[in-house]
Design a protein around this ligand. Sequence first.
Ligand code: SER
Length: 313
Amino acid sequence: MILVIGANGQLGTVLTKALQNKYGLDNVLASDVAKKEGFNGLFEIINATDLERIREVVKKYNVTQVYHLAAILSAKGEANPLLSWDINTKTFLNVLEVSRAENVKKVFYPSSIAVFGNNAPKLKTPNNTSLNPETVYGISKVDGENWAKYYFDKYDLDVRSLRFPGVIGYQSLPGGGTTDYAVDIYHKAVLGENFDCFLNEDTILPMIFMDDAIDATLKLMEAPKKAIKTRTSYNISGVSFSPLDIELEIRKYYPEFKVNFKPDFRQKIAESWPKTIDDSEAQNDWNWKPSFNVSTITEIMIQKLKEQYHIAI
Ligand code: SER
């Protein structure tokens, strides 16, 4: 059985469905702090700060793989650093401990471009470089990466991890991240509204389309164990662009669309992150390659959101 913790979130919603499609409805168990209405499949309530609850579910369903997606993201985390630290680190340590003790075979852990800070090169940021994050989210992800490697080295627990850029998808909404604007902007455009952007127009950040993010996760998890040479976390690159780049792409469909740039505290977080990512380790070790760029992302986002909002195509 595959257990997804944090199945209601931006990635969890889509990854759970992808796992169900790949491995069958009866082989995937979704979990979160509450059940979403209309969810189709196996579900258990798990608050991942409760180690014994994770253990109970892992034993009951004979769980062999865990995808641990629960976390408080970069921008939201700054409102309550201690709580964010506690939630982000405690839940992952609980997952590692239960997995070690109950013989779980594989664990997936999402890390983030937020592990990088101002000492890392901003262009083509390499996998191995200074990690001096500016946010509590980033600090917790560096910590998680090191724990992942520790459990692999010490207990041979097969923990695998990706450093996600901002994830852009039509299926779910992000919450509390610094890259959220790149999803929200499409919703506003399709609804015929203008958009207030909390980043400056020229702030380039690494992003990835949801389909690529899911593809990378499944590829990483299916790769032979010996192919996984990076046991902290792999850089993965999708595409890099600024809010202005998206605005110009959207104008091809909505010529009247306008963005007002009103940078807030998230600007400083964005400026501490890379602009572009070097993911040659992922390319070499398990054949990673993204498929979507800003034009194809824009085309699909607009088409799918129009369908969702029942706007005539
Ligand atoms: N999307 C995340 C954030 O903005 C980055 O991992 O916090």
